[in-house]
Design a binder for this molecule. Structure first.
Ligand code: CA
Length: 264
């Protein structure tokens, strides 16, 4: 793993009322090269974020004045900083509410410092949640006449390479035989670079653009996603892909992890 500090020269704000956790999170971010400020209440946190214009905010949900969701709503009215929610509540609804209110990721307490650092590093590497998918690769007139695909449409995790234009997934050079839905789901998980994707979001991905505007997601739709993911895991295993893992986020959904994240 690279020892580069993704936070070098950037600001971060820690909003957390528990002094011990606040000090720990500040230390993790400082090690990551961030200029760290902190706040012990929600209102103060909103003020500090407006003042410092940070790249990253870590946000506790249980705060003494306004709760973390309200802080998120206030932040999202004028800031597109990356927000990672640090929640002690493993409740599915809390996590979903935070993601829907505009959080980019969440980490459950208690957490290991290196886990938090890894999640923040991954968050900084991926495009904003709202941003469009990577643009279609522009043909380069001077492109060499070899068979190397335009790298703009290629996504890599471990030995897995996804070509969004050709709609192919290869594992150590061997193409995986995926259905259209399986490809769409895998592409989405890779594109989100370790971020948790809710089953609800994945249902929309599986439906594709034909269903845009059709919003109802039933329990059966979500069960179907579980089946697709199980099939995908099998195909990845058959493709001898030992570098990646579709991890289950209990009660929420799935995310794609590089296995090295485990052992770091
Ligand atoms: Ca708290």
């Amino acid at each position: 793993m690279s020892s580069a500090s993704p936070g070098e020269g950037r600001a971060a704000v820690v909003i957390e009322d528990d002094l011990e956790i606040r000090n720990l999170v500040c230390a993790v971010l400082e090690q990551g090269g961030f200029q760290v400020s902190s706040a012990a209440s929600g209102r103060e946190g909103v003020e500090v974020v407006r003042d410092k214009v940070p790249t990253v905010v870590t946000l506790d949900i249980g705060l003494p004045d306004i709760d973390g969701y309200e802080v998120l709503r206030r932040l999202r009215s004028d800031s597109d900083c990356y927000v990672v929610v640090l929640s002690g509540r493993a409740d599915e609804m809390d996590i979903l509410t935070a993601l829907q209110a505009g959080a980019d990721d969440y980490v459950l307490k208690p957490f290991r410092p290196r886990e938090l650092r890894a999640r923040i590093d991954a968050m900084l590497r991926r495009p904003r949640r709202e941003s469009a998918p990577p643009p279609p690769s522009a043909p380069t007139p001077a492109a060499k006449a070899d068979k190397t695909p335009d790298t703009a449409s290629l996504l890599r995790v471990g030995s897995l390479v996804i070509d969004g234009d050709a709609r192919t997934a290869t594992c150590s050079g061997i193409e995986l035989q995926l259905t259209k839905t399986e490809f769409n789901l895998l592409h989405d998980l890779v594109r989100n670079n370790g971020a948790v994707r809710t089953k609800n979001e994945l249902v929309r991905v599986a439906r594709g653009k034909d269903y845009r505007g059709y919003n109802f997601v039933s329990r059966t739709d979500e069960r179907a996603i579980e089946v697709h993911i199980a099939n995908l895991r099998q195909k990845l295993a058959h493709g001898n892909d030992e570098s990646t893992l579709i991890a289950t986020v209990r009660g929420v959904g799935f995310r794609l992890m590089a296995r090295s994240e485990d052992s770091r």
